[in-house]
Design a protein around this ligand. Structure first.
Ligand SMILES: Nc1nc2c(c(=O)[nH]1)N[C@H]1C(S)=C(S)[C@@H](COP(=O)(O)OP(=O)(O)OC[C@H]3O[C@@H](n4cnc5c(=O)[nH]c(N)nc54)[C@H](O)[C@@H]3O)O[C@H]1N2
Ligand SMILES: Nc1nc2c(c(=O)[nH]1)N[C@H]1C(S)=C(S)[C@@H](COP(=O)(O)OP(=O)(O)OC[C@H]3O[C@@H](n4cnc5c(=O)[nH]c(N)nc54)[C@H](O)[C@@H]3O)O[C@H]1N2
Ligand code: SF4
Ligand SMILES: [Mo]
Length: 858
């Protein structure tokens, strides 16, 4: 079988994948990001490429339409808005999941032809603070780090990064080095204990936003200990005195760490020249995100620990093409190819190259401001591509209202139903991963090809093509007349060539003669190039800048709400939500609550908690765990209105932003919490797709159909009617066990001897083995036996899934540990867990240490 060489569409590690239309997915042994490895999400890609739920034709206001009708309408509405209200009355909101070619033409259309910079991207929620911090320090948005540096380092500091779940293959690479070289030191700085803490020698349970106090303290310590590199500073760095003066005014214990912990970390940092500081959303998504970035960069600059093997700051990017988007200028405050909107020379050069009628004159609206402008009626036409802001923006309810307030909304997506798509006037079907061609740039500046290996489904078209078709209808056909993504790529490379005279870091000449079809994964400006090795930076004086950073003033509500990600889901779950094995890891929206807080809130096992920020609320399953600090809560971002009734965490996150980068502080909500007092709680499994209903409900895919968790404030009049409504089973026979005294109801529905659905309700959270109930759906199990739980007695319940590849449950693993497994290898030998992709290894380690697993409901 000949497999197609492509790149994973999820995280910024950018792993090479070998894929086939039959669903075969393998890690590419030759790709330098992963050398054959894949994590659980990558391994399950084959389960997500089916056409279930796909958007396959254009739609205008819910009705199927032809491409001609849809494109004409989009072009007419955008042209009319520009004509009547000016270029700034329209906006694009795009995504780090677009390919470079898509991104390039979207940016070209908005900035060079429409003439506005109102194109912002979900990278604003993701990398904007890193971009701003890099520009302040280096004079350019240059990521100097490479993955090899992580393997060469003697100390790896992970700040605000849950690498084990969010960049699993990088995490595995580090784990492999640690195994070979146990003296490699790893420090994890995170307010909560995560799967990443498992590999770390030291976990520093920092206060939220305590990072500035920590790194300012480190700078002062390095100076006091004589550990700064004064020659390097004199030759290559400005701003040292001011940065030190600011650092000295700051009390490091404001980080929430003890003097002992601080000293231990500082001494480790001072001692190891080869230190890589990896940072991610715990740093970026904050009201002081850019300052946090610079507080980290200051320490690397003061010690000259940048631009040399095995050391440097390393902002790992989240999305597969976050870097590509930055390169083509996809943010509202950037031009193209790392050039600046504010610089008239840059603007003229780009306009001349594009031969465009105009060029934006000033930065456009950043994401939060953009949706605020929508709410105020300033935006007349909005086009959202490859992102789901009705879920992923802070204050997502407000953002949804804002989108609904825009007179004309276009959404390009691969799925027919998303929370944002539901608000669109026009839906445009894009080809998805495996169906389209293009390039992406990973965290270490490596450009890799995504290649099609599937036929184009329905009428779908690649994003670059859709954008060019609209541009042509707006009157700019000549400038957008590409026949293929490779032509777009060539133009992008040529633009970088044409603007080389400005001496920016983005030099793409290595691709000038590249064979696009056969392009090998290649770093810019070339493989193994070391930025800043010569001490030269991109500020006009050639020096790097240290920035004076003041400690932030923190205001805390009753609970500090931190948010983030789960191992096996990707953002708003439009793709990973299709794979049963990924859903089984954590099937419900949950919130981590400290045991003392849980006691004060009178939470019992399985209870639901209602969070309220004063304006909106959401309901989540309480997961009581000491991994979060008292007074803190943590909830994942993944659940939407498609899968839950009221469990979207961004309903209660604030839209405060970092003043420099405009990045929202998605890690620092302030909410009150109360126990949700349901009149009944339920669980159902069905052959059929179920939709959210009741005050609390969470739907997930299962291996036999669908499951739903439920709770509501009032009991229905008739449980059987309710069970049929929820499970979607209208015919066949019903077996019911109801006990009015206790309020328990168990109902099974079957047709021609096949069990269609089971439904369980009780006045308290339902304790039953979900996995067993799910297994029975679609089988010939007798309904009453199913309800009594008599089937397969004597066969142990595997428990909640830990290993997604081999579907190994927690109870199976605990049993194996009871039978003498003392290591991850033993567990693998006994149960297969962890022997394929390895993403569950941190959890296996946790189990071996007898720590509680993140289980919402079992
Ligand atoms: N499984 C999975 N992987 C993904 C994604 C996904 O959706 N699912 N998305 C991808 C994307 S786009 C991104 S951006 C990355 C994100 O990757 P990460 O940034 O690693 O993930 P998060 O879970 O958002 O947040 C990381 C950690 O920051 C901590 N944190 C919160 N506040 C603070 C603070 O004040 N200081 C410090 N030091 N830490 C803090 C949180 O407790 C959390 O554990 O993941 C990428 N990879
Ligand atoms: N509370 C909280 N909120 C957060 C975060 C957090 O940590 N906490 N993190 C933020 C971050 S870092 C990020 S990056 C965002 C991510 O948030 P989003 O970008 O909104 O999330 P996705 O689910 O990845 O949305 C991608 C959409 O594009 C569609 N799609 C997939 N492939 C294609 C394609 O080829 N073409 C087109 N046109 N569409 C496609 C998918 O179906 C999906 O609807 O969330 C942010 N929101
Ligand atoms: S680590 Fe996993 S999600 Fe990220 S690129 Fe690799 S296989 Fe894909
Ligand atoms: Mo992200």
């Amino acid at each position: 079988m000949s497999l197609t060489r492509t790149t994973c569409p999820y995280c910024g590690v950018g792993c090479g994948v070998l894929a086939d239309a039959d669903g075969t997915i393998k890690g590419d042994p030759e790709h330098p990001a992963n050398y054959g490895r894949l994590c659980s999400k990558g391994s399950a890609l084959g389960e997500t490429i089916n056409l279930d739920g796909r958007l396959l034709t254009p739609q205008i206001r819910g009705q199927r339409a032809s491409w001609t009708e849809a494109l004409d309408l989009v072009a007419d509405e955008f042209s009319a808005a520009v004509r009547d209200h000016g270029p700034d009355s329209v906006a694009f909101y795009v995504s780090g999941q677009l390919l470079t070619e898509d991104y390039y033409v979207a940016n070209k259309l908005m900035k060079g032809f429409i003439g506005s910079a109102n194109i912002d991207t979900n990278s604003r929620l993701c990398m904007a603070s890193s971009v701003a911090g890099h520009k302040r320090a280096f004079g350019s948005d240059t990521v100097p780090g490479t993955y090899d540096d992580l393997e060469e380092a003697d100390l790896i500091v992970l700040v605000g990064s849950n690498l084990a779940w969010c960049h699993p293959v990088l995490h595995q690479r580090i784990a492999a080095v640690k195994e070979k070289r146990p003296d490699l030191r790893i420090v994890n700085i995170d307010p909560r204990l995560t799967a990443t803490s498992e590999l770390a020698d030291i976990h520093l349970k920092i206060s939220p936003d305590g990072d500035i106090a920590l790194f300012n303290g480190l700078l002062a310590y390095l100076v006091a200990e004589g550990m700064v590199d004064t020659d390097y500073i004199t030759a290559n760095v400005s701003g040292f005195d001011e940065a030190l003066a600011a650092a000295k005014t700051c009390d490091p214990t404001e980080s929430g760490l003890s003097a002992r912990d601080l000293l231990q970390f500082y001494a480790l940092w001072a001692k190891n020249r080869k230190v890589v500081t990896v940072y991610s959303q715990g740093v970026n998504q904050s009201e002081c995100g850019t300052d946090k970035v610079n507080a980290i960069l200051n320490c690397h600059l003061a010690t000259g620990r940048v631009g040399a093997p095995g050391c440097g700051p390393f902002s790992v990017t989240g999305q597969p093409n976050a870097m590509g988007g930055r390169e083509v200028g996809g943010l509202a405050n950037m031009l193209a190819n790392h050039l600046d909107i504010e610089n008239s020379g840059h603007r003229d050069a780009v306009q001349m190259f594009w031969e465009s009628p105009t060029i934006c004159q000033q930065p456009g609206l950043k994401a939060v401001d953009l949706f605020e402008a929508c709410a105020r009626g300033k935006i007349k036409a909005l086009w959202v591509m490859s992102t789901n802001p009705a879920v992923s923006m802070p204050d997502a309810n407000g953002v949804s209202d804002a989108i609904a307030n825009v007179p004309f909304v276009v959404v390009s997506d691969i799925m027919a139903r998303t929370d944002t798509g539901d608000l669109a006037d026009v839906l445009l079907p894009a080809t998805g991963w495996g169906e389209k061609d293009g390039t992406v740039t990973n965290s270490e500046r490596r450009v890799s090809r995504q290649r099609a290996f599937l036929p184009t489904p329905g009428d779908a078209r690649p994003d670059w093509k859709i954008i060019c078709d609209v541009a042509a209808r707006m009157g700019w056909g000549d400038a957008f007349s590409y026949d293929s993504p490779s032509e777009v790529f060539s133009e992008y490379i040529a633009l970088s060539e044409a603007t080389r005279t400005f001496g920016r870091d983005l030099d793409l000449s290595v691709f000038a003669d590249a064979d696009y079809a056969a392009l090998l994964p290649t770093q810019w400006p070339q493989n193994n190039h070391r930025f800043f090795a010569d001490g030269k930076f991109y500020h006009p004086d050639g020096k790097a800048r240290m920035v004076a950073i003041a400690t932030p003033i923190r205001s805390l509500g009753s609970f500090r709400l931190n948010t983030g990600r789960n191992r096996d889901q990707w953002h708003t779950m439009t793709r990973t939500g299709k794979a049963p094995r990924l859903g089984a890891h954590l099937a419900e929206p949950y919130v981590e609550v400290h045991p003392d807080d849980a006691a004060a809130l009178e939470l019992e096992p399985g209870d639901l908690v209602q969070l309220n920020n004063g304006a909106n609320d959401c309901i989540l399953r309480a997961l009581v765990t000491p991994r979060v600090a008292q007074g803190h809560l943590f909830a994942p971002m993944h659940w939407t209105r498609q899968r839950t009734s009221r469990s979207m965490i961004n309903s209660v996150t604030p839209s405060q932003t970092d003043p420099v980068s405009g990045q929202p502080a998605l890690k620092s909500g302030s909410v009150s919490a109360t126990r949700f007092k349901g009149a009944w709680y339920g669980f159902a499994a069905s052959l059929f797709e179920m939709r959210p209903t009741a005050a609390y409900s969470a739907v997930a895919r299962t291996s036999t159909g669908w499951q739903i968790e439920l709770a509501d404030l009032a009991c229905p009049d008739d449980w059987t009617v309710e069970a049929r409504r929820i499970t979607g089973v209208s015919g066949g026979e019903v077996a019911a066990i109801e006990d009015p005294a206790t309020g328990l109801a168990r109902i099974a529905m079957s047709e021609r001897g096949i069990l269609q659905a089971v439904f369980f309700a009780a006045p308290r959270p339902v304790a039953l083995s979900r996995s067993k109930a799910i297994e029975l759906i679609g089988t010939s199990a007798a309904p009453f036996d199913a309800l009594a739980g008599r089937i397969k007695l004597g066969q142990p319940d595997p428990g909640v899934q830990v290993c997604a590849c081999f579907n190994v449950g927690r109870n199976t693993l605990i049993t194996a540990i009871g039978h003498g497994s003392v290591s991850i290898e033993d567990l693998g030998a006994q149960t297969c867990a962890g022997t394929n992709c390895g993403s569950c290894k941190p959890e296996l380690a946790m189990l071996l240490r007898n720590a509680a697993l993140p289980v919402a409901a079992e």
